[in-house]
Design a binder for this molecule. Sequence first.
Ligand code: PEP
Ligand code: MG
Length: 834
Amino acid sequence: MIGIVIVSHSRKLSDGLKEIADAMSGAPVPIASAGGVDDPENPLGTDGIRILDAIREVMSDEGVLIFADLGSARLNAEMALDLLEPEEQTMVRFCDAPIVEGVLAATVQIAAGGSMEAAMKEARQSVQLEPDAEQPALEPSNSISRSFTIRTLLGLHARPAALLVRKMNAFAGDIRIANTTKGHKTANAKSINSVMLLEVAANDEISISTGPEQAEAVFAAVEDLIKDNFGEEGIAPAKADPASVPSQDQAPAPSGTITQGELSGLSIARGFAIGPIHHVGGALQSAEPVAIENPDAEIERFTKALSEAENQISLAISKAGDNINAHDRKIFDAHISCLRDPDLISAVKTRISSEHICAEAVWREEIVRLSGIYSALEDRLLRERAGDIIDVGRRVLAILSGDQSDDGQMTKPAILAYEELRPSDILSLDHGAVLGICTMLGGETSHAAILASALDIPVVFALGADLASVPEEQSVLLDGSEARIVIDPDENTLAKAEQDRKILKDRLARAEEVRHLPAEMLDGHKVRAAANMASISELEGITASGAEEVGLLRTEFLFMQRDAAPGEDEQYDIYRSIVTGLAGRPLTIRTADIGGDKPVPYLDRPPEDNPNLGWRGIRYSLSMPDFFKTQLAAILRASAHGPVRIMFPLVSTLEEVMAGKAMVRDVMEQLRTRGQSFDAHLEVGLMIEVPAAADLANRFAQEVDFLSIGTNDLTQYMLATDRANPNVRSLYDPLHPAVLHMIAKVIRAAHDEGKWVGMCGTLAGDTGALPLLAGLGLDEFSMPPSGIAEFKLAFCQLRLRECKTLAETVLQLDTASRVREQLALFRQKQLVQA
Ligand code: PEP
Ligand code: MG
């Protein structure tokens, strides 16, 4: 085998380079390091004798290739050459390539069985900036392509690239490789430089093309490498592929088409719906590269698809009329400008002409490339453009393929299926046409879940990736009570669902009778039943729900779905309308809890590794005094129109409470100066969501008028369990005894200070936990308005003394399942007594 000698002034460099080359070659390419001189004082230099020894060490009939760094290294190597026998001298060649890239490229080429010329050519090409410009492309009409996703942690870096090149060199015919994710031109898969210059990163998609006679064998070889992860440690997690709906946790791949059976998940809102399923968003349709005969005709087909797509968008805008808000209009405008983008269009047309590949495949690759560029950007707003590009990509692909069953538009009432529901999806729903909602991913206390539960339709989350395999328009039963969907339900299933629906209806009818009565136990103990609210559109539902007050207005939702934060007057108008609409029922306005899982893109916040532990809640507001004061001024002005409370979210230190209160006082002063009225005695409280605040609840209670326990976050922080991460869903449990101990402690501490305590986390609406929470002494239960009537029905059947005994028993238990058992036992006893 051809040998390599590395002549460098630095021994460290030549030894290190040999080490990398040895690792890359995978086959025993003889490499000798001849770097440095034996002088500890001045180790930099080259030594003719050392070089001579190195040449002899790797000499064989096939010759030796020498790489040298600086001029004198070459001179010393030539001197060493002079000391060889004449016939040996003819076997040695110098290579002028850059030493590092050259040695690595030549090593791979030699390992793959390349000749001296091929190795020198590879070495010289090692720093060209364009991949393999000289190599003519395979005729697409004579070639077959297949796509592969690279999952090695560092992509096709030197070692895996070398392995691929070696494997490809074992085949006789031409083999081309393209990085379809990055959109580079195709390159020679037998050239290490060409492959490395494709910059294939983890999760990039590559396409391998070759002649039909060897295609299957080549693809099998690539598949073997991928299966073996190229001999590398570690597989990159599937990325939030720009071609799919962004999500925190990638759903595993679905397993084909599912037209029967059932999927189960998490109940977010009860009730039943039967109807066709409609998948919203999702991944780009696939498009195999098919060879075409007539590029001009293909370009014309592509151009027509673009104008058809534009027509569809214009039609959607005009159909929506006044119902389309400025934000949605901008999204559509962005889609149209993408359809007209000259660079994108010309890239597709040029590739159709030169590569003779169908428009679908080229368009898809360009869309993936473009959205990939956007998703990699720092700027959050620009990153979000990736989603628009994918949307446009889907629309055009649907037109090109003639399959427009999934163009994101709802034409009739349907059950919507999402990969993961985002709060913004709910805010833009066509309420009349949505029978129910189901998702592949999502947690029950995510903000999307909270908003979805207020919709009054059945909602089931976390059905898993198989949901994607349920065909569009397939008839399904969505059973929110049992947290499942039944695909193509048979008559028995429908009959049973009908029966369950009746039972639910009966219970709701009984609940209806107590809806507007006070929440009062058999022995006269009373609490306040309150509603959680996130938008003014819920006002009517809240007043009709029987809620005595609003225990939580999540104001951050006023900041979403727009391009800029609402100003003081706009916020004031909204708060005032709610206060007056509530007609005397107190309104607890939580100052904006921005951050965490409630991002507001235009606020231009840097991405955070751990947003739930980051710049959110009161932390954000306090560091943005203008933003905070604007909101406080609007809230205070609204307090002139009815009972209003201010509540601070995510408090963890006493200093934050003091700073928040000081800010309220400052704004009151400002309003006095402006001559604007407000309620100077309005209650100021805070949420207990952080264990530190729960632990110090007595001190916090001294500083405010009330506490409200946010069990969604308190559970997440107590148990170190992301509330929206389905992988740790089984750990996320507000009935964990440690969480219950904290709740008990907070209630006791507040009462000791003479303050009232509410709860506005999801646990407050859990009728199973209700006797326990009542027994612990909770004063206000704030929940989705849809739960108020049933809450009152359950509450009015209780006796405080029994609830207290239950609470004492439960606080002795050490697991959540024992707590559940105890609660179930209590319920059974009640049923027997009733
Ligand atoms: C909570 O954390 O329990 C809470 C009510 O706040 P949010 O769910 O809005 O974070
Ligand atoms: Mg919270």
